[in-house]
Each structure stands twice: as C-alpha cells, then as structure tokens.
Ligand binder design. Sequence first.
Ligand code: GDP
Ligand code: GDP
Length: 510
Amino acid sequence: MSHRSLPAVVLVGRPNVGKSTLFNRIVGRRRAIVNETAGTTRDQIEQPAHWRNVAFSLTDTAGMFGQSEDPLQKLVVEHGHRALQTADVFVFVVDGREGLVPADLEIASAIRSAGRPVIVAINKTDDRRARAGALDFYELGFEPIVEISAEHGQGTGDLLDEVIDKLAKLQKGGDQHEEEDHPVVEPRIAVAGRPNVGKSSLVNRILREERMLVSEMAGTTRDAIDAPFQWHKRQFRIVDTAGIRKPGRVARSGPVEAVSVLTARRAVADADVVVLVIDATLGAADQDGAIAGEAERAGRSLVIAVNKWDLVKGQGQEFSEKFDDKLRFDLKFLEYAPIVHISALTGERTPRLLEVIDNVMQGRQRKIPTPELNKFFAGVTASHPIPSPGRTAIRILYAAQVGISPPTFALFTNVASDLHFSYERFLKNQLREKFGFLGTPIRLQIRKRKRKTERDKAQSEWARGKTPAAKSSAYSTKNDRRTSGNDRGSKSNDRRSGKGQRTRGKHGKR
Ligand code: GDP
Ligand code: GDP
C-alpha cells in the first residue's frame, strides 16, 4: 500500500528502541506484539496518519538497522533505503535508557546524508534512568529533541506537533516566512477571579457581544462559555469560568478553601494563559492567590488584569504604583506576571491587555536554539558563578530547551546536586529577561551528566564531526538541516491521531 501523495514521515532507529510501539500509538491502533528480543520486526510498514488535521504517511523502517540472519534482511534493507530517500521528515527514535551507542551513530550518518529534517525522539523516558544520558543525544546536533514514552504516551503529542511543524515549513519552502511563524495552536485564555470583579464584562468586551448575563448580584450562575475570537489576524479562544462562590454561601470553615482550590484548578486546567481579574477597589484575596498558585503549578501563564480602574484612576500615579506593589506582595508567586489596569466598562486598555496576552503566548511557545542557550548560560555563570556547597565547583556543562508551554530547560551539570533555589530563581529571571518569557513559569531540570568513558568521548567527537575520519565518511554537514527558532508545539496531550482498531502483527520472529 502506498500513500505517496501524503508527506512521508519515516521512523528510524535501532531495533528495540520502541519504533513499533510509537508507530502504533501514532496510527492509533492497538499495540502490536512487541518483543524484548532485538530484531523481531522486519517488515517496513507504511500507514496513513494525521495530527491536528494534517495528514501524512508514517513509515516504520523496522529491521533495517541492526544485524540479522534473517533471509529477508536484504529485502528489508532495500525497502528501508527507499524509505530514506523518499522521507520528508525523519523521526529518529533512540533509547534513553541505553544512551547513545555506536549503532545510533551509523543511523545518524545515514539520515544526515539524506538531508531532510530530523526530529530526535528519546524514548522510554518514563524510566528515570533515561534522563541523565539524554545529553549525548543533544550532541548529535539534530534539533528538535523530544523526550517521550511511546508506551505511556507522554510527549508523543509534542513530538507530533514538531512533525507537523516541520511539514508545514517544508510546504512553505523553508523558513522564509518568519513573520508568519506563529503558533499553530489556538491559544486558550481563561478569565478567572472572584465573583463580581468583572469577568463577564471583560469577556463580553473582548467578544464585543452581550453574550452573557451581567448582573450586579454576585454569584449569578452562568453557563461556562468557550468562544473563539480573532485579534490582529490571530485566532484565540476564550474560556469563561464561573466566578468562585462567595464564602458566605458555604460554611465558614473547611469547604471554602476546598471550593476555591477546585475552581482554581478548573480555571487553569484548560488554559494556556490565565487572566486573573482583580477588582481595583478591593485588591487581591486568598482565592486569587489560590488561582495564581495553581497556574504556576500547572505551568500556565498568568496575566493580572486589575479591572474597574475607571473608579480609581483619579487617584494618580502614586496610588497606581502602591496598588501594584501591594498586589505583588499579596500574590507572592507572581513576580513574573504582568499587571494591566483596565476598565471592562469603558474599554480602556482592553486592547493593551490583548497585546500582553499575545506576547505572553508567544513567549510560552518560544524555543531557544541550543547554541544560543549555551552561550547565554556560559555568560551568566561566568559573571555570577554557581554557589557550590561541596568541594567541587558546580558547572553547567550543557543546556538545552527540552520543552515549551511552559519553557523547560535541562541543565547538565558535573555534580549531582541541586542548585540553590535562589540561584535557580536568578537563572529563571535572567532567562525571562533575555528571551522574553513574559508571564510564564520557567522550569529547570538539573541533571548530572553521566560520566563518560574515553570511548564515549571519542564517539561524541566523531558525531560532532571533529575527527578527520568523520569528514571522509557519509557524514556531511552541508546536508545537515538543523532548524531552530520558533518551534511550535502545544500541551502534551496524548490524543491519538488516526482511528480504527486494526492490529498489526510483528512478523519475522527468529
Ligand atoms: P522496535 O524494535 O524499535 O520497534 O521496538 P518495540 O516497539 O518493539 O519495543 C521494544 C521494547 O521496548 C518492548 O519491550 C517495548 O515494550 C519497550 N518499550 C517501547 N516503548 C517504551 C517506553 O516508552 N518505555 C518503556 N519503558 N519501554 C518501552
Ligand atoms: P463577574 O461576576 O466577575 O463576571 O462580574 P460582572 O462582569 O458580572 O460584573 C460585576 C459588576 O461590576 C457589574 O455591575 C458590572 O457592570 C461592573 N463592572 C464590570 N467591569 C467594570 C469596570 O471596568 N468598571 C466599573 N465601574 N464597573 C464594572
């Protein structure tokens, strides 16, 4: 069966890294019979698949790489070569638990010379051991790198986002349309806050429709809404969450806290950006802190909209500054959340609010190229050395952005030690300032680099093309299409694309 009209996504990797498991997950079938013994698959499988309405064909080059006494091996390899030649995008599956091994380097060479975009999927990261060894894969020089668990589904949504991003770029003919390089994902904005602060007024103002009942009475029940809207040619989606119930309605003691936390959870669960609405005449309350804390924990971005500013703006600049200082003090988590003073009633500064939300959204999805990131960390740690409690000075050997939404960075260090929390905060602030991660929590993963043997070192030097041997091999940098910049993506949803429950057996057991 052939689906040549579709763009071709080709899975490559050593036997037993999890290609078949990933293949099944992507085409949305029940698990094929997988086997711990290497080389149990030898058939190349091609199936149509789709993700976010983008259709592509997925090919598993099972059995192509790796030794085998299979009489059909020759055929398998031939088919595999054809797949390599016709690939539009490669997904290079590697085993995070085992780390980089020589067979991976051979595959890296083969796909490098094919000259197509390569996405590295570090698999089996459900196993903690898979994390420390990840660094070696970064040194292969392919980007992006996504950490996944094909078996459990973590990260596979991110991987597919990267795949369709690459396909979209190919279709547009490379990266020349940078100005259009906006997230493919429709940002979801949740408007949250206590009753009567003006949430529905704000949502209505934004949607320019009196869609919802606005009432003077606190706690008026409304249907939750979820409405798309356009702003400056960009599509957003606004989600209104009913206000947190007034404490008076529930018993004074326990349940109040429970209710507010629950509502906070609901408010942030579906959002990319949470707009926390505060009443200018009242300031922040505990519930606001609960929403803010929940947003931080869930990795959502946060913008604070101080509403009803029309009622206080007569009080001058000093009032304004004092108000913001107090607000930041009351909401301890939120040094990074931008504050906008608005009036949903008059529409004052609601366009500014949308501009800020848009900025925040772009920051959330920004991906910093690895070389730039490493230069940045080298500079920062040189001027502000990492405080090291032990005898060995802690150094960051290598840094890579391993995720977006929220931006997540892996820092590979020489010592297995956490960084002091104040230093982590310092690094986050520096990152935020330098790369414009406005209103967004930043995650740092500190990982001790695996100790390298001499052989490992030689291997990774070879992978980076530092040795003369590499120059004369199939490895060729001119075909190495590394990409960087705004790689788009989304939440790690693990919705499967494709449908049907057909099963695919793995043939050719030896
Ligand atoms: P293939 O030879 O590359 O197609 O690999 P398979 O998909 O057949 O998987 C090889 C083995 O790795 C099987 O035992 C799988 O259950 C296991 N495996 C695949 N993906 C994962 C994963 O994400 N985590 C873990 N822990 N094991 C996995
Ligand atoms: P919600 O419960 O948070 O959705 O709040 P509503 O949108 O229902 O607004 C509660 C009350 O505050 C209504 O009487 C609104 O007219 C009023 N209100 C909302 N926004 C503003 C504003 O910017 N300025 C003033 N003065 N009143 C506002």
